[in-house]
Ligand binder design. Structure first.
Ligand code: PPS
Length: 280
């Protein structure tokens, strides 16, 4: 069902509501059929809250698995489980590299049985919120939103928009990691920015792909922000915005920052997760 969700100034985002959760304006059929999607045990699933670096990790994983570089302008949207129907990815050769912003419990039922490997990606919530605002503003035909940053921050971090609350998302994954036997490698955007080679070697080892350090290095260079912005011409302006840590400082006012710190303390009081908001 299509819904309009107001920000703090009354400007509305157009979203869909499905099973009590909000999503972007995707065709509802993908969400309806998702629970019964057939999984394979060698599937690889990139899971991340929106704007956490999904495109980056998906592309590097796709190339690691392929074992060769290409300059194809294909998007992670071609393997995004809540966006496209199973028909569009069911015949992809193994191992399939799929991706989603869904919660673990929203994934296909067969995930628990087939145990695909999951690459779970996090990013600091201030930069996520800035990235999300800019993304929404660049897609007026989709979100139909013309609001201002000052009215976007609070409802966004309170979880009123698509995919709900960043806090609920990361806390849910922390609980899942304690209980599931599905293999999960946690990655972090700030760690990737600090040393992408170190982090991609972790992905290679987790996936058990037999790729040399030299090839891993080539993948990292090939998927630098500038290179991906250049190669992915179709989404260049929409997805590849700045690719930095700490742009939030150009957006959050002192008052918004103080409000955020209190919210973080309250929401994360029982969760030991910490994030880096700048790189020293
Ligand atoms: S989406 O649309 O929700 O799947 O977006 P997602 O890919 O998760 O996140 C988009 C942000 O990731 C940045 N990005 C990168 N950073 C560094 N290096 C590379 N190669 C890279 N590719 C994408 C992208 O610029 C978005 O962040 P912002 O802060 O908006 O620039």
């Amino acid at each position: 069902m299509e819904i309009r969700v107001p920000d703090d100034g009354g400007d509305e985002l157009t979203l869909i509501s499905f099973n009590g959760r909000k999503y972007p304006m995707f065709p509802a059929t993908a969400l309806e059929t998702l629970p019964s999607v057939e999984m394979r045990s060698d599937d690889i699933l990139v899971c991340a809250f929106p704007k956490s670096g999904t495109h980056w990790i998906w592309e590097m994983t796709r190339l690691l698995v392929a074992g060769k570089l290409d300059r194809d302008d294909i998007s992670k949207g071609t393997a995004m489980m809540e966006f496209i129907n199973e028909d569009e990815y069911k015949d992809l050769p193994s191992p399939r590299v799929l991706n989603t912003h869904l919660l673990f419990r929203e994934l296909p039922k067969q995930v628990k049985e087939k145990k695909p490997r999951i690459l779970y990606v996090t990013r600091n919530p201030k930069d996520v919120t800035v990235s999300f605002y800019n993304f929404v503003k660049k897609l007026p035909m989709f979100y139909k939103y013309s609001g201002e940053w000052k009215n976007f921050v609070r409802p966004s971090l309170e979880g009123r928009f698509d995919y709900g609350s960043w806090f609920d998302y990361v806390k849910d994954w922390e609980e899942v990691k304690k209980t599931t036997d599905v293999p999960i490698l946690t990655l972090n955007y700030e760690d990737m920015k600090e040393d992408v080679f170190r982090e991609v070697k972790k992905i290679r080892d987790f996936l058990g792909t037999d790729r040399s350090d030299e090839f891993v290095k080539e993948v990292c260079d090939h998927c630098s922000f500038g290179s991906m912005k250049d190669i992915k011409a179709n989404f260049s302006e929409i997805v590849y915005r700045k690719g930095e840590i700490g742009d939030w400082k150009n957006w959050f006012t002192v008052a918004q920052n103080e409000w955020f710190d209190k919210l973080y303390e309250e929401k994360m009081k029982d969760c030991p997760l910490t994030f880096r908001y700048t790189l020293k």
